[in-house]
Design a protein around this ligand. Structure first.
Ligand code: P1T
Length: 381
């Protein structure tokens, strides 16, 4: 039977434990499994390859993303690294030009060295993607909404291009979470998550994931997962499983708080520009309305006058918004992409792509919105 999202979030992947009936998946803190005779085992041989806590999480993620197979990794970066190992020297990737700095670093500092070529384009216009595709293009890498400018990329339009080219479309769904957006339904081949963020939801775990529908692609990725070995431990899988049970509730609050904060910022005379896909003035609002079920809790903004000193003052003066990297937890965070999460992108590249030195990024948590607005009012002045 196919259930609605909230029901899936509570139940997906989790069965009463076969040995005790425990309703919550145990943390199977074991490296190996006893075999009755060589090859005669219960489906588990060694925990790099399989672990029951990880299996439950992988099933849960496949269910939430409307996929067939989930694969979990030690970090979000490990999941992207494993996906990139599908490529061969000479292959070409079209990637969004506004993306997490660590992904840009992995692509340019590691995979370019292995002979893979990347084009970074503004994917909020699919025509830019079409123009960048070459006969060697094997992968389209989208992140939507993008980090940190919150552009929205039309997944269905990119899926048409990928099918025409015969290449994979992978979507980093970290900022939306499956509560707000399910890229496989829109034609993507692979969904990626930094589960560190909304899926975990409590800033207490680092973990990554890939979800696919296709059996053969799953087999290749599972081979790479086991061969490269960047798998998560069972405690971390347990924490994400626990986080997922409240994903639908948290995302509802992240969305209403995100809206309240974006609307407040628009009224502050010191604020120059607000980036949030739910604003009717957002350049990609129509695409966002079409492919997302809510607009999320990530909000970026710049101050008038473009003064770094003003931005630094705001970043240092909030009391509820903690100055820290990462996002997606119940507590609100404030960050400075140019010096923190996106420092690994050269300054000229950042400026060319519209990422100002003064941009401030908010991960709006689930606190009471009036208190968050008061905190910003006090810090912005
Ligand atoms: O941190 P890790 O779990 O390895 O995930 C990397 C990653 C991948 N994709 C997106 C869209 C991300 O935002 C991240 C990590 N981002 C931050 C730490 C940040 O503050 O933006």
């Amino acid at each position: 039977m196919s259930h609605r999202f909230g029901t899936k979030a509570v139940h997906a992947g989790v069965e009463p434990d076969p040995t005790t009936g425990a309703i919550m998946t145990p943390i199977y803190q074991t490296s190996t499994y006893v075999q009755a005779a060589p090859g005669d085992h219960k489906g588990y041989e060694y925990s790099r390859t399989h672990n029951p806590t990880r299996t439950a999480l992988q099933k849960a993620l496949a269910t939430l993303e409307n996929g067939k197979h989930g694969l979990c990794f030690a970090t979000g970066m490990a999941s992207i690294d494993t996906l990139a190992k599908l490529l061969q020297p000479g292959d070409h990737v079209v990637s969004t030009n506004d993306l997490y700095g660590g992904t840009y670093r992995l692509f340019t500092k590691i995979y370019e060295g292995f002979g893979i070529r990347f084009s970074f384009v503004d994917m909020s216009d699919p025509a830019n993607v079409a123009a960048a595709i070459t006969p060697q293009t094997k992968l389209i890498w989208a992140e939507t909404p993008t980090n940190p400018l919150l552009k929205v990329i039309d997944i269905a339009a990119l899926a048409v291009l990928a099918r025409k080219q015969g290449c994979w479309l992978a979507v980093d769904n970290t900022f939306a979470s499956p509560a707000l957006q399910t890229p496989l339904d829109l034609g993507a081949d692979i969904v990626m998550h930094s589960a560190t963020k909304y899926l975990g939801g409590h800033s207490d775990v680092v973990l990554g994931a890939l979800v696919v529908k296709d059996d053969a692609l799953h087999e290749r990725l599972a081979f790479l997962q086991n061969s490269s070995g960047a798998t998560p431990g069972p405690m971390d899988c347990f924490l994400v499983l626990r986080g997922i049970k409240t994903l639908h509730l948290r995302m509802e609050r992240h969305c209403t708080n995100g809206k309240a904060i974006a609307e407040y910022l628009l009224t502050n005379p010191k604020v120059e520009r607000v980036y949030w896909p739910g604003l009717p003035t957002h350049p990609n609002h129509e695409v966002a309305k079409r492919q997302m079920r809510g607009f999320g809790g990530m909000v970026s903004f710049t101050l008038k006058g473009d003064q770094m000193a003003d931005a630094t003052r705001v970043l240092s003066n909030t009391k509820l918004f903690a100055l820290a990297e990462s996002l997606g937890g119940v507590e609100s965070l404030i960050g400075h992409p140019a010096s923190m999460t996106h420092a690994s992108i050269p300054r000229e590249e950042r400026l060319k792509n519209g990422l100002a030195d003064t941009l401030i990024r908010l991960s709006v948590g689930t606190e009471d919105p009036e208190d968050l607005i008061e905190d910003l009012r006090m810090a912005i002045g």
